[in-house]
Design a protein around this ligand. Structure first.
Ligand code: ZN
Length: 499
């Protein structure tokens, strides 16, 4: 719950507007880039990851080369987009010029691989989209990497054009008959991974306002997300996650698809999609999330999905037969899905879940050297840090989880303190300095001094030049039984207020 929270309020649908698009506004919005700075705690992990991963061992040129020469293992073309996406989100936080140069250089390199049909793809045009190779999944990450770069680092029109060319080529190839169905592509039994391209297609729609991207998004949503299984319908009917998607309830991909579904809800106001996504979120919270804040396992229900499927993990987490459990990619995508929920409906319980994962599963999966994350994170025994899907780049073995872990860290400053119509929202209590504005637009400084979570004492200094009435929402952590708030106001020598 939030102290001083306003009652939840979801704008009702207006039937007269249903034929039109009803854009949904978030209740919590991120602060502008660079507005928050952590002091210690997560700051150490973030800087460690930036220095040794994004500015360290990431083989950007080798990732780009896959788009010229093709790849030997399915889906390897995801790596470039994932590395650039986390780098761009870190840049949002640090504005580090060295990181910017690295990203700028690799983006320019990637753009040289654009094929004559506009695609940036590991597959030759004659083989596109290349069925089991993972072309659409890879394009999803190309789009997300370029989009995050465009939004956070530099609004280069060539980058926007590359995104549009990639999406337009995809729309040419994928769709209703005689085009190829989005459910007939990909490596998995239900091809769930392909429909996750929904999220970047909607981000592109938001950037450009081009109706064809929304139409393509509608096509993807209407297909239901998995061959033979309509994930939206299943979620709407409150199906247990483990029973969704037939033989392949893949945790990471399923949540990634629903991130796109929520973006579609934002763009259209389709309440059914929101309700379906909310149902799934509640089901995952209740049935799948373990004591370290992450979920998915192999035993007893889904031995064939390599520990990456929903598995009633909340109950089964102590099952000694479990071999593989809790993929880092799943945890980071859960964190992002929780962020979507909190932004849309101001649910502090979603932030509780982010907090639980951040302090336990996420940071616990990071190598102390900062140059990688473990793949699966067993609760009983050693971590298996490189066993699973990935590729070899000289001496470096890169996995999906190496690439997604930094994105989890990069999300922490994005959600730690947010803003709302009524004033700032303090979600995470890592020590931090924040420069934001009041609801009427006047400068507002927040300083969080604390050693949280070692102790629960948090001192928040609120500084503003002129007195103004507004709400500061403070999340009361779900684990905290006794809470007290003391307030002291003083006027500084220069006439400003501190509280
Ligand atoms: Zn992974």
């Amino acid at each position: 719950m939030y102290a001083a929270a306003d009652p939840h309020y979801i704008e009702p649908l207006n039937p007269s507007k249903l034929a039109l698009l009803l854009e949904i506004k978030d209740e919590f919005m991120p602060l502008p880039a660079g507005a928050l700075h952590f002091e210690g705690g997560f700051e150490n992990d973030i800087q460690n990851s930036i220095a040794h991963w994004n500015k360290g061992v990431v083989p950007y040129a080798d990732f780009v080369q896959l788009f010229r020469t093709g790849r030997k293992t399915f889906a390897l073309g995801e790596m470039w987009g994932k590395a650039v996406r986390s780098g761009a989100m870190f840049y949002r936080y640090t504005h580090d010029p060295e990181l910017k140069e690295i990203l700028k250089k690799t983006v320019a390199d990637l753009l040289t691989t654009k094929r004559v049909n506009g695609s940036i793809s590991c597959a030759d045009i004659s083989r596109q989209p290349d069925l089991r190779g993972g072309d659409l999944w890879e394009r999803k990450y190309v789009l997300l990497g370029l989009d995050e770069y465009y939004e956070q680092v530099e609004q280069d029109p060539l980058v926007l054009q590359a995104m549009m060319d990639e999406a337009d080529c995809t729309i040419q190839q994928i769709g209703p008959s005689p085009k190829i169905s989005i459910l007939d592509q990909g490596w998995s039994p239900t091809h769930i991974e392909n429909s996750t391209i929904l999220e970047p297609i909607l981000r592109l729609y938001k950037l450009t306002g081009q109706r064809r991207y929304l139409d393509f998004a509608k096509y993807i949503v209407d297909q239901g997300g998995a061959k033979g299984y309509n994930l939206v319908d299943e979620a709407y009917r409150n199906t247990d996650p483990e029973k969704m998607g037939g033989p392949y309830p893949k945790a990471y991909e399923m949540m990634s698809f629903f991130e796109g579904v929520l973006e579609y809800y934002r763009a259209t106001g389709d309440q059914l999609l929101y309700n379906a996504s909310l149902n799934l979120y509640h089901k995952i919270r209740g049935q799948e999330i373990t004591l370290i804040g992450n979920g998915g396992a192999d035993q007893p229900y889904r031995p064939a999905v390599a520990g990456e499927a929903w598995d009633h993990t909340a109950v089964e987490q102590t099952n000694p037969k479990i071999n593989r459990i809790i993929e880092t990619c799943t945890g980071v995508t859960w964190l992002k899905l929780c962020s979507q929920i909190a932004r849309l409906n101001s649910d502090p319980a979603a932030i509780d879940k982010i907090e639980k994962y951040a302090y336990n599963g996420l940071v616990g999966a990071m190598k102390p050297e900062g140059d990688g994350f473990s793949y699966v994170n067993r609760l009983n025994g050693v971590k298996i840090d490189s066993s699973g899907w990935g590729g070899q780049f000289n001496k470096l073995h890169v996995t999906c989880c190496n690439l997604n872990g930094p994105m989890g860290l990069a999300y922490l400053p994005f959600v730690a303190v947010m803003t709302s119509k009524t004033g700032p929202v303090i979600n995470l209590y890592n020590a931090a300095n924040v420069a934001t504005t009041t609801p009427s637009g006047h400068p507002l400084q927040l300083a969080l001094k604390t050693d949280y979570p070692l102790t629960g004492a948090v001192k928040i200094t609120v500084s503003l030049k002129k007195s103004e009435l507004f709400v500061i929402r403070l999340r009361i952590p779900e684990w905290s039984a006794a809470n007290s708030l003391r307030h002291r106001a003083e006027r500084s020598a220069t006439g400003g207020l501190k509280a």
